[in-house]
Structures are given as structure tokens and as C-alpha cells.
Design a protein around this ligand. Structure first.
Ligand SMILES: Nc1ncnc2c1ncn2[C@@H]1O[C@H](COP(=O)(O)OP(=O)(O)OP(=O)(O)O)[C@@H](O)[C@H]1O
Ligand SMILES: [Mg+2]
Length: 633
């Protein structure tokens, strides 16, 4: 065992580089400063610049590639749905021209009428079939893409570092995985597919109209081009603002989830009014943002639709003039065709305008998704990390310097050797760094300088999932999931039978209380195990740890909430586990660490004393003083 060597602090010499701006924007808590004016809040919440369109759409690439036949079929069905009705409009033109043509006999006129009624009926049937497949294939495609993205995001988020989770509300992350992904589906359904269908239909209309009368087509589409320009102008602005709204929405979801998770505290301190006020302030921010966005949306809607009507008026004016003065260039039927098709174009523009808010919601959600996916797992995972066959649990801290924030050092040149086969107790004042040592051993964080080794392997070289599967830990604040007790104990231990679960529960002194519950091991726990006492939660967490056969067993205040009889029984079990493994017990109640091989006193991130219980008490240092105070107390 080496004692810590004095030395310069790492954070003075080499401050860690800050992550790039886009990543920093995501790392920062999403709730914005209430004192800022609304336009500034929008910018803070959304980040000042939109990412390039292709980079925003990038996450859609893999699921779209995987489902490309369905994408093509949906687009074809959509094209059928939108284009086939054009036949009816064209039929009207042909029939009107035929009826007003003096040189045609009534038989010929009837013949033309029947032919085009036949074409229209066929188009109607085709349109009905296409509409059905457009809807059903479109929904299936959307469900598949949502599933693929939801899964990818969930797996990715789980791999991010603890720093990330320290800065994001669990509720807000939940909303990203659920509602954000739903918004993203809009980009495909109301966005990509709908836009392709609408633009293809408008292009076909343009071709038919140009074939009918070029001048009138140029007049109509010159005015419509302004409408396209307004889409290009407003879409990026709307996207940025929708992103700001979503950021604030998920921050509010997180805040609400946090309040309800801590509802017992809120009630116990009669904090309803103050939490209500804080929530209402943030909800007001969202309201202001939504109002601000709706003003922009209103301007966009009004400009776009006015331009479509202007196109119709221009066609009526120029077309009417042509029909009066040059009837040979434009028939009445052709003028009707222009006006009918421009109504179609109006419908398409209306859909684009109405869909714009949903699509921009989706684009904003996609942008946020891209921000998240751009974050790298922290600590960095080495691809194909080492997986040594045997691990004995020999842990070494070598010149470790560690801080959560650069300006607040936690460990400075920390050295400690925990030998396999021995039991250690980490003791010392609160905030001394005991739990931080455990987090480093689990590689929740990497030291900024120095290294932590397991059986001589730097933890950074090992496959994190592999070595963690050989470690068992009871965290200071045991985590429970809202599933059955059996599933909580067998968590992440695949293929373990009930008898093993029960054996572990017996060792952890939990079997009796579990059996006293109406549904025994199948009792479902409330969220975070709220329907259990603190001591019961600790015993389930202990059973979960004992179920494994770990090379390193870490118990961070694992028995602090237990009565002394139960705690004594558990100590005996832990004593019996000694062997080819390392056991680390963190405890404030010093009577519980009498039997360990070595006691490590950790104060202000340093090992200040090390030795057996008897030796340290005899030594008369901090440990002896703590024992003395506890005995007196
Ligand atoms: N996630 C975190 N981010 C920033 N600082 C942290 C974080 N976790 C712990 N700290 C700080 O690190 C220091 C050591 O904390 P640690 O939890 O390791 O202490 P401890 O010895 O386990 O205390 P206790 O006996 O109260 O559990 C404390 O000053 C604490 O404020
Ligand atoms: Mg602690």
C-alpha cells in the first residue's frame, strides 16, 4: 500500500478542454433564463444557428434505407392518390370544349362525354385504392421508423456518461425518447412523402398547363414562385423556434416529473405553493414562446395563401383577356382547366402550410435527436476492449487526480492498493471522497491524471460491460425499478432461476419480509421502490449484489438503514464471502467494520490512515477519535 504523494494539482496545470459548442448546448440544462427578453430566450434555448438541412436529416438515413421498398410503395400510392383526380379536371376541359364546339354532332359530343366519364370513373377507383395503401403503408412505415429511432436513441442515451445524466432531468429525457420521436415521424409522413407528392403533382399540373397555354402558365407560376420563396424564408425560422419550444417543453416535463417524484417532500414541507409558482413561471415561458411562434406561423400562412389567390386572380385576368381577344389561343375549357388546377395547387400549398408546423416540429425534434446522437459516451469506450478470462478483484489507484468540475478537486495524487482476497472498510467524514472512489472503480468517470487498475489492467483498456458484469455494487442510494421484486433482484443477471434469487434474498435477510407481502417475489414495486421501507430497499439491493459471483463487491452504506440484529446477520454472510475476491465496505457506523482486514480512512480526498481496527484505535488518530465519539454517543 502506497501513501499519497504530495504534488501539483492537475487542474492548475491542464484544465480539460471544453466540449464543442453544439455539444455544450446539449450538456447545459435546457431551462432558460426567465429574466431574458423572449427573443433572447428563443436563441438561448434553440442555439443560435440551424444545422445544415442534410445534417439534420442524417439520422433518418439508416431506417429509410432499411425500409426503402415501403418508402417507394408509399410514395407511388401517394402519387396515385394526388394525381388521379387530375383526370376529372381534365375531363371537364375536354367536355366543355366539346360541348361548345359547333362543328361536332350531338352523337360525337355524347361519345366524348361517355369516354371521359369512363376515364374519370377509372381514376376514381384508382384513387380510392391508392388512398387506402397510402394511409396504411404510410402508417406502417412511420411506426417502423419511430421504433428504429426510439431504440437507437435509448441505447445511445444509456451509454452516455454520468455527467450528462447529472445535467438532464430523467423526465425530460423520457420525453425525448417518446414524444420527440413521434414528432420526428412527421418529418417523413407530412414532410418527405407529402412534399414529394405535392411537388410532383404541382410539376405535373405545370406540364399539363404549359402544354395547354404557355403564357398563362408562366403568369400563374411566376406568382406561385413567390409562395415557394416564402416557404424557403419562413421554414428555417420556424424550425429554430419550434426547437426552442420543444427544449422548454421537455424541461417542463422534467420539472413536473421531479416534483411528483419528490411529492412526499413537497407535502411534508407544504411546498405546493412554491413548486406551483416555479412551475407556473416556466410554463409562462413556454406560453410566451408558443405565442411568439404562432405570430410567425400566422404571417407565413397569410403570405402563402394570399399568393395562391393572387395567382388565380392573375390567371383570371390574363386568361379572360386572352379568351376575349384571342379566342384561338385559349378555349373556355382551357380557362376552366387553369382555374380548376390552380385550386388543386392551392390545396397543395394549403397542405404544405398546414403541415409546415408539424414538419418543423419534426425537424426540430430531429435536430435535437442529432444533438444527442452526436454526444460520445463518456468515459470513452475503447472498441473491442480487453476481456481477461479471470479477474481476482485486485484494485490499484495510481497517482489518481480526479475532479467532477475542474475548479473543485476531489482526489489529488491518490494512491491505494486493495488486494484480492481481503475485506476493506472505507471510512471518514462525509464528503471525503469514499463514494467517488467507488465510482472510479466502476468507471463511471475516468481520472483526469493517473489510472485505476483491476488486476493490473487499466480500466480504460477493459470492455466496460464485461468488467462491470464481474463487479457487484450496492449504491448509497439503492435504485429500484417499478417491476416485481424477483426482477429487481435478478436485474441484469440473465437466465437466473427462482431458487438462486431466493437464496440471495435469504442471505440478504430479505426472504422473510418478501414472503410476508401478499404476492411474495411477484410483488410489483412502486416507482423507485416507494412502497418499501429504506431497510427493505437496502436488503433487496444487497440480494441483487449477492446473486452475482463478483470479483469485487462494493457496499456503499449498504446496511445503514438496518436494525443491528439484521445488520449483524448480514455481516456474517459478507465475512463468509471472503476468498478470491475483494470486498469494500463503506460505513459510518464504525462498529460494523471491526472484522475487516484493513480500514482506510479517507479525508479530503486523501488516505490519512490505514490499518486494522485494533491498530488504528491504538494509533490514536482520526479513526480512534471517531470511534471514541461514536462510543460516547
Ligand atoms: N456528481 C457530482 N458532481 C459534482 N460533485 C460531486 C458529485 N458527487 C460528489 N461530488 C462531490 O465530491 C465530494 C466527495 O463526495 P463523495 O460522495 O465521494 O463523498 P463521500 O465520502 O461518499 O461522502 P458520504 O460519506 O457523505 O457519502 C463531495 O464534496 C461532493 O460534493
Ligand atoms: Mg458516499
Amino acid at each position: 500500500m502506497q501513501m499519497p504523494a504530495p504534488g501539483a494539482r492537475w487542474y492548475c496545470r491542464r484544465p480539460p478542454a471544453l466540449p464543442p459548442t453544439s455539444v455544450r448546448a446539449v450538456l447545459e440544462p435546457s431551462m432558460v433564463d426567465l429574466s431574458l427578453p423572449i427573443s433572447e430566450r428563443m436563441k438561448t434555448a434553440a442555439g443560435r444557428r440551424n444545422r445544415p438541412l442534410l445534417s439534420v436529416l442524417a439520422p433518418l438515413g439508416p431506417p429509410l434505407r432499411r425500409n426503402w421498398p415501403r418508402v417507394i410503395l408509399t410514395i407511388i400510392a401517394g402519387l396515385g392518390k394526388f394525381m388521379l383526380p387530375l383526370v376529372v379536371g381534365y375531363a371537364a376541359k375536354v367536355v366543355i370544349d366539346a360541348l361548345s364546339a359547333a362543328h361536332l354532332s350531338s352523337d360525337e359530343q355524347t361519345q366524348i362525354l361517355m369516354t371521359w366519364i369512363g376515364w374519370s370513373a377509372a381514376a376514381m377507383v384508382g384513387c380510392a385504392v391508392a388512398t387506402y395503401f397510402r394511409a396504411s403503408w404510410g402508417q406502417k412505415l412511420s411506426a417502423r421508423i419511430q421504433h428504429a429511432l426510439r431504440r437507437r436513441l435509448f441505447y445511445h442515451l444509456q451509454r452516455l456518461g454520468m455527467e450528462f445524466f447529472g445535467k438532464h432531468h430523467a423526465g425530460a429525457l423520457g420525453s425525448r425518447v417518446s414524444s420527440d420521436i413521434q414528432h420526428v415521424a412527421m418529418v417523413i409522413d407530412r414532410g418527405l412523402i407529402m412534399f414529394i407528392m405535392d411537388f410532383a403533382t404541382i410539376a405535373l399540373i405545370a406540364v399539363i398547363l404549359a402544354y395547354t397555354n404557355l403564357i398563362l402558365t408562366i403568369v400563374a407560376f411566376s406568382v406561385l414562385a413567390l409562395s415557394a420563396a416564402s416557404v424557403a424564408y419562413y421554414a428555417p425560422k420556424l424550425r429554430r423556434q419550434r426547437k426552442a419550444v420543444q427544449e422548454t417543453q421537455s424541461a417542463i416535463t422534467g420539472r413536473a416529473a421531479e416534483t411528483f417524484a419528490g411529492i412526499s417532500l413537497v407535502k411534508a414541507y407544504a411546498g405546493e405553493a412554491s413548486t406551483g409558482r416555479a412551475f407556473s413561471d416556466h410554463s409562462m415561458v413556454l406560453r410566451e414562446m408558443q405565442e411568439y411562434t404562432s405570430r410567425l406561423q400566422g404571417r407565413f400562412n397569410s403570405v402563402s395563401l394570399t399568393l395562391v389567390m393572387a395567382a388565380q386572380m392573375a390567371v383570371l385576368a390574363v386568361g379572360g383577356w386572352l379568351a376575349i381577344h384571342h379566342p384561338d389561343t385559349l378555349s373556355i375549357g382551357a380557362l376552366v382547366l387553369f382555374l380548376t388546377y390552380l385550386r388543386w395547387v392551392e390545396g397543395s400549398v394549403q397542405r404544405v402550410v398546414d403541415g409546415m408546423i408539424q414538419v418543423q416540429d419534426g425537424m426540430a425534434a430531429l435536430d435535437r435527436l442529432g444533438d444527442m446522437l452526436a454526444l460520445h459516451p463518456d468515459p470513452v469506450e475503447r472498441p473491442n476492449g480487453d476481456k481477461p478470462e479471470q479477474l481476482r478483484g485486485d484494485v490499484r489507484f495510481q497517482d489518481v487526480n480526479f475532479a467532477y468540475q475542474p475548479e473543485v478537486p476531489i482526489l489529488c495524487n491518490f494512491n491505494l492498493h486493495l488486494e484480492s482476497g481481503k475485506t476493506y472498510a472505507l471510512v471518514g467524514p462525509s464528503g471525503g471522497g469514499k463514494s467517488s472512489l467507488c465510482k472510479l472503480m466502476l468507471r463511471f468517470h475516468d481520472p483526469q491524471l493517473g489510472k485505476v487498475t483491476l488486476d493490473g489492467h487499466d480500466l480504460r483498456e477493459l470492455d466496460p460491460n464485461w468488467f462491470r458484469s464481474r463487479v457487484a455494487v450496492v449504491l448509497q442510494d439503492p435504485v429500484m425499478f417499478s417491476t416485481t421484486i424477483e426482477e429487481n433482484i435478478a436485474f441484469a443477471a440473465d437466465g437466473v432461476g427462482h431458487e438462486h434469487v431466493e437464496h440471495a434474498a435469504r442471505l440478504a435477510q430479505a426472504h422473510e419480509f418478501i414472503m410476508s407481502l401478499p404476492e411474495g417475489y411477484q410483488t410489483r414495486l412502486g416507482e423507485r421502490g416507494v412502497n418499501l421501507s429504506g431497510g427493505q430497499r437496502q436488503r433487496i439491493a444487497l440480494a441483487r449484489a449477492l446473486l452475482r459471483d463478483p470479483c469485487l463487491l462494493i457496499l456503499d452504506e449498504a446496511t445503514s438503514a438496518l436494525d443491528s440484529v439484521t445488520e449483524h446477520a448480514i455481516q456474517k454472510v459478507i465475512d463468509s464471502l471472503r476468498g478470491s475476491r475483494t470486498i469494500i465496505i463503506i460505513a459510518h457506523r464504525l462498529s460494523t467494520v471491526k472484522n475487516v482486514d484493513e480500514i482506510v480512512v479517507v479525508e479530503r480526498g486523501q488516505v490519512t490512515e490505514l490499518g486494522s481496527y485494533a491498530a488504528l484505535v491504538k494509533g490514536g488518530g482520526t479513526f480512534a477519535r471517531l470511534v471514541h465519539e461514536q462510543t460516547l454517543g
